[in-house]
Design a protein around this ligand. Structure first.
Ligand code: ADP
Ligand code: MG
Length: 387
């Protein structure tokens, strides 16, 4: 499959730029199994890569020109100069790949230009990290072509910097690390403080289970501002508790910490979510490592309740997926990603998948919601060179 895609992308590159590319690379989108809104609190996350990928054909240039083209966006080839790249000057899709070039150059890497053509099967704006896939595929291509020798986690850091500073979107490190570092058949247990990682075998099919992604196709308009508020609230909580990050509040010291926060009700709820969520990630890791995969279902449900009631970032569509799936026999379900729309995940016995899918679709129709997109997610490979 990948070879055919790589060939088609290389052909289109040649049509656009007059010569074939030096190579073709892919980077996946991701879903997060557990560990939501912990990545900017130095905490734990556990994403896995999707089979959905962004594929980029790339060649070096030595004349300081950066040409960018996406098959998925109208508007033709965009031509920029690497010397002119500056944070928050570009409101278009090109800010993501240009931001990567900017971040590499800022870090002292002599990237002197590139021609890029790309296309993606990662749904955009669905909470499945099409932005990270776009950044990481460009970073990996330039890393290879310019022989920079950067490791996956280092590319992830640079991509995060591109998104935070150049694009101007305050996101944690999870998405880029997932896209860069995940392995097929595994979930990635990532400590976002030092980026230490452990690949945890996660092969649901072998155990007769499936994981569904339900893309609600909604993105509520205020989501960016709400993200910033949550993030600021977490930082306030850490400051009030005298710790560097909420990661440093121990689970068995949570009650004492909440007492210390007194009447800061909003901050208390945020702190409770983050501290319990870190514990849930550790619990899921130990359940998976001991082969007790079905037992992660209730942990996912607890995580959803915490995001809905304490962190307050769910929405009616996400709650409907979770409640309906559980009512139709799912082992577990939760919203995944930043919240206020996007996608939910559902863990289910293989035999129950059709019943659950139908129940969710009917519930959405009955509620007059846009029909959701439901697909099965199998843990796939992280970023790689295709040709
Ligand atoms: P998510 O990462 O959840 O998909 P974001 O809002 O973070 O959502 O990123 C989506 C943005 O990334 C799009 O609006 C677009 O600017 C850019 N993008 C993603 N995929 C592509 C693509 N295939 N071609 C061009 N731009 C893309
Ligand atoms: Mg994104």
């Amino acid at each position: 499959m990948s070879e055919a895609v790589a060939g088609a992308v290389a052909e289109r590159f040649e049509e656009l730029y007059g010569a074939g590319p030096e190579g073709v690379w892919a980077a996946p989108g991701r879903v997060n199994l557990i560990g939501e809104h912990t990545d900017y609190n130095d905490g734990f996350v556990m994403p896995f890569a999707l089979p959905h990928i962004t594929v980029a054909a790339v060649s070096r240039r030595e004349d300081g020109v950066l040409r960018l083209h996406s098959a998925d966006i109208d508007g033709g080839v965009v031509e920029l100069r690497v010397d002119d790249l500056a944070p928050e000057t570009d409101r278009n899709w090109t800010a993501y790949p240009a931001g990567v070039v900017w971040a590499l150059r800022e870090a002292g890497h002599a990237v002197t230009g590139a021609d890029v053509h790309l296309t993606s099967t990662v749904p955009s704006g669905a909470g499945l990290s099409s932005s990270a896939a776009l950044e990481v595929v460009v970073a990996l291509a330039l890393n290879d072509l310019y022989e920079l020798g950067l490791k996956g986690w280092q590319l992830a850091r640079l991509c995060q910097r591109a998104e935070n500073v150049y694009v101007g979107a305050p996101t944690g490190i999870m998405d880029q690390t997932a896209s860069a570092c995940c392995e097929a058949g595994h979930a990635l247990f990532l400590d976002t403080r030092d980026l230490s990682q452990k690949q945890i075998p996660f092969d649901l099919a072998a155990e007769g289970m499936r994981l569904l992604v339900v893309d609600t196709q909604v993105k509520h308009a205020h989501s960016d501002g709400e993200y910033g508020k949550r993030r600021a609230g977490c930082e306030k909580g850490a400051a009030l508790l005298g710790v560097d990050a909420l990661r440093d509040v121990p689970y068995d010291g949570l009650d004492a910490a909440l007492d210390r926060l007194g009447d800061e009700e909003e901050v208390r709820r945020l702190v409770r979510h983050v501290v319990t969520e870190d514990e849930r990630v550790e619990r899921v890791v130990s359940l998976l490592e001991s082969g007790d995969t079905r037992a992660i279902g209730p942990v996912l449900v607890e995580g959803h309740a915490s995001l809905r009631d304490d962190f307050r970032i769910s929405c009616p569509e996400l709650d409907l997926v979770v409640d309906t799936a559980l009512g139709a026999g799912a082992l577990g379900a939760r919203m995944t990603g930043g919240g206020f729309g996007g996608s939910a995940i559902v863990l289910a016995e293989a035999a129950d998948v059709d019943t659950i899918t139908k129940a969710v679709q009917e519930a959405f129709a009955a509620a007059d919601f846009t029909a959701p997109r439901v697909f099965e997610a199998v843990p796939a490979a992280g970023a790689r060179r295709l040709s």
